[in-house]
Design a binder for this molecule. Structure first.
Ligand code: ADP
Ligand code: MG
Length: 698
């Protein structure tokens, strides 16, 4: 019975009706009573305080006053008229003004009767308040919202159509007063006791109509927990079910190719972290469930070799493997690097890109279907329908954030059973976010850099110190090193940025007449880009002037200096990615952030963070705090942005608690069958059934 009310359209709630229902549906996505109930205020106006008229201050402020209207009169203006009321309390008098709706006011206002008015005061010769909210003192005392007045999110159209937060509040109030309505408990007694939560019904009531600040805090704490808890419950369950249901090809043996590579071809000793991750991967691919693993590792942490070794597992078990990179430069680099590493093994590695000539392309297609190619490396070209494998066992996606969910899904479908998936990223996703985004993926982290790397020294310099910076560039080049100079390129002002880049290039050319300079930017043809890049990689040029196109993956170990121009215009993760282009060899490397003097607080924080730390995870956390989850890569497709009350950044402590509880519950009761978990089960089914929880990536 009660559930029926919550599942019915809001149109039937008193004070809503079909027109407003439609509006709320369009503007706010509120369809059912259940949605209205979970449409939470985003702030509250403190209505605990009543002002006396003689306490008013001359600056504008929102106040609440008890008094009486003693007279009403229309005042002619240039156009139309306004309605003015004299409003008095024991301490003085003021004016109330209406520019619209005078007729209604005149007919309805009771003179010399106590009202509570609320609104913004202005001072002009005396105090006035335009379009005050008014409520009879008697009714006010009885209404639910006497303490903290909820303010609901709104839109221009809602305002225009007269659906104010007050109107919404009234609707919610009517919903609460609807006959026969009741609010089922959604958490177990056990959790409620352990976390000292108030009941669900109390929480709902107090989030809309707080009886006190204390109850509001308790209500919001419980509702936030609950929101995060059910998302985690869903993610963790999905992970468990995936493991049971989505079968993969088990790579049973560690064969001769892997062993040979390990014993004879490894150019260096693996780091502890690399070994650990390889073990994690081996365990995944060895089981009969499909692997779905995210590999996070800071720039230069050595993800490629880990990926390669996973591919060797596949080959040893008679499967093919593929590695997809976001850019042609990067795909080519992977191809060259991997070909070199496996040159003594009986393995065929091929490269497929958009630019691959038709004849070569046909050959690759044929060889791939015949099973003659063991490892296929490439760009988006790998996703084309013509690319058919004989037996794809493992797909690796490098720098995952550049691919959309749909593209990943395409890779999945290349086989009868889905291949194992390894997603590698150097954009560290803050742990908190990873937890809510990828709760259903397994995550491996390479948290150790190869030995002998010296930490990159980062400096922040102003325009006035440019001469010194140029001197430094000369010194590094004299030592035989190479230098990157990067300019911002932001879409909105592309033309201007392009000019900056070209001006920069010309001034560099003037200042470094004895050096060879490469230039790479987004408006160049890919082939030209590759040629310029190649010259730098080979060491034919000493300076690379570029835009952020070099951000991802490029590996030139001899480059030891990165100058970032107008560094204040870059985001943190981008700065970190760019900096990762140096520090790849054994030499001490440097990153110089050039900026103007005028810096916003956020820019200052970004630059300071860069100077202070090289730790990508730390940087990612700061980035998340500065920008919020909406701008962090990958979040767009996930549910974290649709949280109704919790905040992924501010409530990250609570997120951990919610996750722990969700795990504990599922560990003890995977199908939520125990009587004590009945409330959780009910709520969970409803959420899943009504798809209130988003589908996360897979
Ligand atoms: P990323 O994680 O950024 O993709 P790469 O896989 O490109 O890093 O590795 C960066 C560099 O470090 C490469 O030149 C690679 O050969 C080297 N490298 C990787 N692992 C080790 C290791 N264990 N010891 C020494 N050098 C390593
Ligand atoms: Mg890489």
């Amino acid at each position: 019975m009660s559930i029926d009310i919550l599942q019915s359209s809001i149109a039937y709630v008193k004070g809503v009706g079909p027109a407003r229902a439609k509006l709320l549906e369009q503007e706010m996505g509120i369809f059912k009573c259940q949605d209205l109930l979970h449409f939470f205020p985003n702030r509250y106006i403190d209505r605990t305080r009543y002002f006396k008229i003689n306490e008013l201050q001359q600056n504008e402020s929102e106040v609440q006053i008890v008094g009486m209207v003693t007279s009403l009169q229309s005042v002619k203006q240039k156009r139309g008229s306004r309605l003015v009321a004299t409003f008095k309390d024991a301490t003085g008098q003021m004016e109330l003004v209406w520019f619209q709706g005078a007729k209604w006011i005149k007919e309805n206002i009771k003179l010399n009767t106590p009202y509570v008015i609320f609104g913004k005061t202005k001072f002009y010769k005396g105090y006035t308040m335009a379009h005050p909210e008014m409520e009879l003192l008697d009714a006010h005392k009885k209404s639910l919202s006497t303490v903290m007045q909820p303010v609901y999110p709104s839109t221009e159209l809602l305002q225009k159509r007269g659906v104010s937060h007050k109107t919404v509040s009234k609707m919610v109030q009517n919903l609460f007063l609807t006959q026969g309505i009741s609010f089922a408990e959604t958490l177990s007694e056990e959790i409620k006791n352990q976390l000292k939560f108030i009941d669900k019904a109390d929480a709902l009531l107090n989030i809309h109509f707080p009886k006190s600040q204390d109850l509001l805090t308790k209500a919001s704490y419980r509702l936030k927990f609950e929101e995060l808890f059910f998302i985690q419950l869903q993610l963790i369950r999905k992970n468990i079910i995936n493991k049971q249901k989505i079968k993969g090809y088990p790579f049973k043996k560690v064969g001769p190719i892997f062993t040979d590579f390990y014993n004879n071809c490894l150019p260096f000793e693996l780091t502890g972290a690399q070994k650990r991750v390889i073990k994690e991967i081996r365990k995944d691919v060895g089981s009969s469930a499909q692997m779905n693993r995210l590999l996070q590792g800071d720039v230069g942490s050595g993800k490629t070799i880990v990926g390669l070794m996973a591919m060797l597992f596949a080959i040893d078990n008679d499967f093919q493997a593929t590695l997809m990179a976001p850019t042609a430069i990067l795909a080519k680099q992977h191809f060259d690097g991997i070909s070199e590493l496996v040159k003594d093994l009986p393995i065929k590695v091929s490269l497929l890109m958009g630019s691959t000539k038709t004849k070569a392309r046909r050959e690759i297609h044929a060889d791939l279907e015949a099973g003659e190619i063991h490892i296929l490396i490439g760009t988006h070209a790998l996703l084309e329908d013509k690319v058919k494998y004989k037996n794809l066992g493992l797909a690796i996606i490098d720098e995952q954030h550049r691919f959309g969910v749909a593209q990943r899904a395409k890779l999945w479908k290349k086989n009868e059973l889905p291949p194992h998936i390894l997603v590698m990223t150097a954009t560290p996703i803050p742990r908190t976010l990873a937890m809510s985004l990828y709760g259903d993926l397994d995550v491996s982290v390479i948290d150790e850099l190869p030995p002998g790397r010296k930490a990159i020294k980062t400096l922040h310099r102003y325009e006035g110190q440019r001469l010194k910076v140029f001197y430094f560039i000369r010194e590094e080049i004299a030592k035989g090193r190479q230098v990157y100079i990067v300019y911002p390129l932001i879409q909105e002002s592309e033309a201007m940025d392009y000019k900056d880049l070209m001006d920069g290039y010309e001034s560099i050319a003037r200042d470094f007449p004895d050096n060879q300079i490469s230039i790479v930017h987004g408006q160049m043809k890919p082939a030209d880009k590759d040629i310029e890049m190649e010259r730098f990689v080979k060491g034919e040029t000493q300076i690379m002037v570029a835009t952020t196109v070099i951000e991802v993956g490029v590996n030139v170990p001899n480059a030891s200096l990165m100058i970032i121009e107008s560094a204040e215009r870059f985001g943190l993760s981008q700065l970190h990615q760019l900096r990762g282009r140096v520090g790849r060899g054994a030499e001490q490397s440097y990153c110089v952030l050039m900026s103007g003097f005028k810096l916003s607080n956020d820019s200052k924080t970004r630059l300071e963070t860069m100077v202070q730390t090289n730790d990508g995870f730390e940087i990612a956390e700061v980035d998340l705090k500065l920008r919020g989850p909406g701008n962090i890569m990958g979040t767009q497709q996930s549910g974290v942005l649709n949280l109704k009350i919790a905040d992924i950044v501010k409530d990250n402590q609570l997120l951990k608690i919610a996750r722990d509880f969700a795990m504990k519950v599922l560990k003890e009761d995977p199908n939520l069958e125990l009587p004590k978990n009945a409330p959780i089960n009910m709520a969970y089914r409803q959420l899943v059934q009504h798809k209130n929880i988003w589908n996360y990536i897979s």
